[in-house]
Design a protein around this ligand. Structure first.
Ligand code: DAK
Length: 259
């Protein structure tokens, strides 16, 4: 599929989506959000793809929703935009693919919200992360008030949301919003290597584990553990469970078939 605002690359089982609007720091307008939704769906449909990377061109990951496009929206248009915007983090969260955010610079507002929907976040040293919406006279519109406290806790989230201040990579790491910080020029190398590592596992288990963690975090512990039991027992109907355990006993590397 041809895209205008993003670049999609497929490399050794890994899909790489790069937002490519560097002149506006990869701000998300409606068209870009629609392209991203299509790209995620396309990667999902490709059975050879087992992990995905999301990153940005230039000095930003995503500097937020497109303020120019939002400025004159009517409340009804803003509702439509927020609904479209919300569907992107949801699509990433519900995807069978683990998404790694390669945060190469500014991840602000909608950018931070998309980052938080990813499964793992690796940031370069120059990353700046935050929810500055309050400074624009709006509240975060793509799930920031809900995902941020779930990741960093209520107090820290409220401080960040109410001041609208940006964090550097170190602070984001310290509060658990970022998994790892790497040198700017090593970011893609590091993230691709992580994605390849994950994609060497069984695609069935990649999707099961992601779904269990995501779904389980929204429901009570007893129900979540029941879900785990169900997925665990289902694993025993797969080729990859038999292969993984046989390979261990035979002292060899497993050869997963993703089935
Ligand atoms: N939207 C549109 N253009 C943007 C942009 C953005 N979010 N961020 C940067 N740009 C543009 C700038 O306007 C500038 O364009 P020109 O002047 O060259 O035409 C170009 O990118 C370069 O930016 P700067 O010149 O400002 O670059 P600096 O290095 O000086 O500063 C910066 C970088 C990231 C600190 C600064 O650009 C900045 O503060 N940007 C805005 C960051 C921000 O506030 N992000 C949050 C956006 S609001 C909702 C739906 C959605 C949302 C909320 C509600 N509902 C419908 C309920 C989501 C909201 C957001 O994400």
């Amino acid at each position: 599929m041809a895209y205008k605002n993003i670049i999609v690359e497929k490399k050794e089982g890994v899909g790489i989506i790069k937002i490519n609007r560097p002149k506006v720091l990869n701000a998300l307008d409606k068209e870009t959000i629609r392209e991203l939704l299509n790209a995620v769906a396309d990667l999902e449909d490709d059975k050879k793809i087992k992990a995905a990377i999301l990153t940005g061109e230039g000095k930003a990951f995503i500097a937020g929703a497109d303020i120019k496009q939002m400025k004159d929206m009517t409340p009804l248009e803003a509702k439509g935009f927020a609904e479209l915007g919300h569907s992107l983090p949801v699509k990433i969260e519900e995807s069978r693919l683990p998404f790694i955010a390669a945060v190469n610079g500014y991840a602000l507002g909608g950018g931070c919200e998309v980052m938080m929907a990813c499964d793992i976040c690796i940031a370069s040293k120059n990353a700046k992360i935050g929810q500055p919406e309050i400074n624009l006279g709006i509240n975060p519109g793509f799930g920031g008030t809900q995902r941020l406290p779930r990741i960093v806790g209520l107090m820290k989230a409220k401080e960040l949301l109410l001041t609208g201040r940006n964090m550097d990579a170190q602070e984001a790491f310290d509060i658990g919003l970022v998994n790892k910080i790497v040198d700017d020029d090593k970011l893609m190398e590091e993230v691709e290597s992580l994605a390849k590592n994950i994609s060497s596992k069984s695609a069935v288990q990649i999707s099961f584990i992601k779904a269990l963690v995501n779904k389980g975090s929204h429901i009570d512990l007893t129900s979540a553990c029941s879900l785990e039991i169900l997925y665990f027992s289902t694993s025993f109907s797969t080729h990859d469970q038999k292969e993984g355990m046989s390979a261990f006993l035979d002292k060899r590397k497993p050869c997963f078939k993703d089935e």
